[in-house]
Design a protein around this ligand. Structure first.
Ligand code: GLU
Length: 480
């Protein structure tokens, strides 16, 4: 039998990471077993289901590299079919019309509470025949819930989960305004789409029992289930905005690569195989029954580490394409200095664990970016650490930069060994520590105290820009 899974998001803005992981697990499992994954947009809540929020589902899935089979099913387009199924249930006596008014229902609930019973519908119309006075009254349609025994769901992750039938009520299938309820729509759609394996968050576990009632009433086979434990924040509470990034959009804005978040999401519940698993390997080993039954904890440090690994695995060209829009957004003159970023990329990516950091550490390559004019003179915007360094080491810095400038033959065509040799000579002559010389040159070239190796920086900036920066900062050190 071909396994058919589905992802059924409700459009509510950028996808929560919990939903993104559900999509990923559906996708990986379907691929793993050579089955299919379908997509259904559950857009019956018209207020929240704007075109924009529907598009963000498509965009988020595309970014995550999660594809689906066949055309997406749009739930709101299937209302007539949902109603038709309710008619069948009425005809077969599995459902009935309930003419209770809202006031009667309220009274019923209050009486139940007074008698210390669950506030439920008392099945008044279950066996009652409508008389002429009901003729023009509005009604809703309710299912006849089983009244004895127990209901069991065989869950691939949680094992057998059982509830007593007394916990199920004669829930509404069709509201008095004629609109089908969500529980019904899900069952009818899943059945018609041929879905036979439902993988979703365990916040839907109680829904599964109610939906099973509908499958049984219709004589349809209940699909297999796998309910995924929630993703928690560091404090053990359900991951939400309070914890910081919790949607696909947030993660993207944090400079995380889609491969990295997918790898990390896989690790939220599935621990087989190596820590780093690319898509192909993940498909090979992913098995839904091996997903842990306890909640996973979101650890942003771990995600950042995994992201660093993927950044280093990504080609320099692809990284440049990825950060180009972010650089331009920061007014980096890409057409003029994009090439420098390209040259330095292999070195920059060794030091970056996210794309935003990669952007920040490339900005110094723009000759104008850190430049501003004050009192008719050009000034550089140093980082606070760099400024501190200049203030503390101005004499050594001045001497180091002046000598380094004089020894241009050592660094014109930059080579790490010759540059080191040059610095050793300066160190010997002026009795300045190698670390101070290196940092002086770094600060002059990059306006900060952290950067790739000096030889790589000079190679990326080129001789003329390097010389200019060294001279200007030399003057600044002399004037401080
Ligand atoms: N639309 C539901 C949600 O976004 C999922 C329904 C289901 O998977 O059955 O939570």
């Amino acid at each position: 039998m071909t396994i058919i899974t589905r992802f059924a998001p409700s459009p509510t803005g950028s996808m929560h990471l919990g939903n993104a992981r559900t999509a990923l697990f559906n996708y990986l499992y379907a691929k793993h077993v050579g089955g299919k994954m379908l997509l259904r947009i559950e857009d019956t809540d018209k207020e929240r289901s704007t075109e924009e929020s529907i598009n963000s589902i498509y965009n988020d899935l595309a970014w995550l590299g999660i594809t689906w089979d066949s055309e997406p099913v749009i739930q709101s387009e299937r209302v007539e079919r949902h109603k038709e199924v309710v008619s069948t249930l009425l005809e077969t006596g599995k459902a009935y019309k309930c003419y209770c008014t809202p006031e009667e229902l309220k009274e019923m609930r209050e009486t139940a509470v007074r008698n210390k019973l669950p506030p439920r519908y008392n099945r008044l119309w279950r066996d009652k025949v409508a008389g002429p006075e009901e003729e023009n009254k509005s009604y809703c349609v309710r299912i006849k819930a089983p009244d004895e025994g127990s209901y069991i769901i065989h869950d691939s992750i949680k094992g057998d989960v059982e509830i007593n039938c007394s916990e199920l009520d004669d829930m509404i299938l069709l509201r008095s305004d004629g609109s089908p309820v969500y529980q019904l729509a899900v069952v009818v759609d899943d059945h018609d789409m041929g879905v036979n394996y439902i993988i979703r968050g365990d916040d839907h576990l109680t829904n599964s029992f109610r939906q099973k009632m509908i499958y049984d009433a219709l004589g349809w086979e209940t699909p297999k289930y796998a309910h995924l434990p929630m993703i928690m924040g560091a404090d053990g509470k359900k991951l939400s905005k309070r914890h910081g990034s919790c949607s696909v959009e947030d993660i993207k804005n944090d400079g995380i690569l889609s491969e990295a978040i997918c790898n990390y999401m896989l690790r939220l519940g599935f621990s087989e195989g190596e820590e780093i698993l690319d898509r192909e390997d993940a498909i090979k080993i992913f098995d839904i029954s091996k997903v842990s039954s306890s909640p996973a904890r979101f650890d942003s440090k771990k995600l950042e580490n995994i992201n660093g690994v993927y950044i280093r695995k990504t080609s320099d060209k692809d990284l440049l394409d990825l950060i180009k829009p972010k650089l331009i957004e920061k007014n980096f003159n890409f057409s003029e200095y994009g090439n420098r970023v390209k040259k330095l990329m292999s070195s920059l990516k060794e030091r970056s664990s996210n794309l935003n950091h990669l952007v920040e550490s490339s900005l110094f390559l723009d000759d104008e970016y850190f430049l501003y004019i004050e009192n008719d003179s050009y000034m550089y915007r140093f980082t606070p650490e760099a400024l501190k360094f200049i203030e503390k080491n101005k004499n050594d810095m001045e001497a180091s930069l002046s000598s380094f400038l004089d020894s241009e033959s050592y660094w014109e065509t930059p080579d790490p060994d010759t540059i080191k040799e040059c610095m050793e000579d300066i160190s010997e002559e002026f009795e300045i520590k190698m670390r101070i010389i290196g940092q002086s040159i770094r600060v002059a070239l990059t306006f900060s105290t952290m950067s790739p190796p000096i030889s790589d920086v000079i190679a990326a900036l080129g001789y003329s820009s390097s010389e200019k920066r060294l001279s200007i900062v030399h003057c600044i050190a002399a004037e401080v």
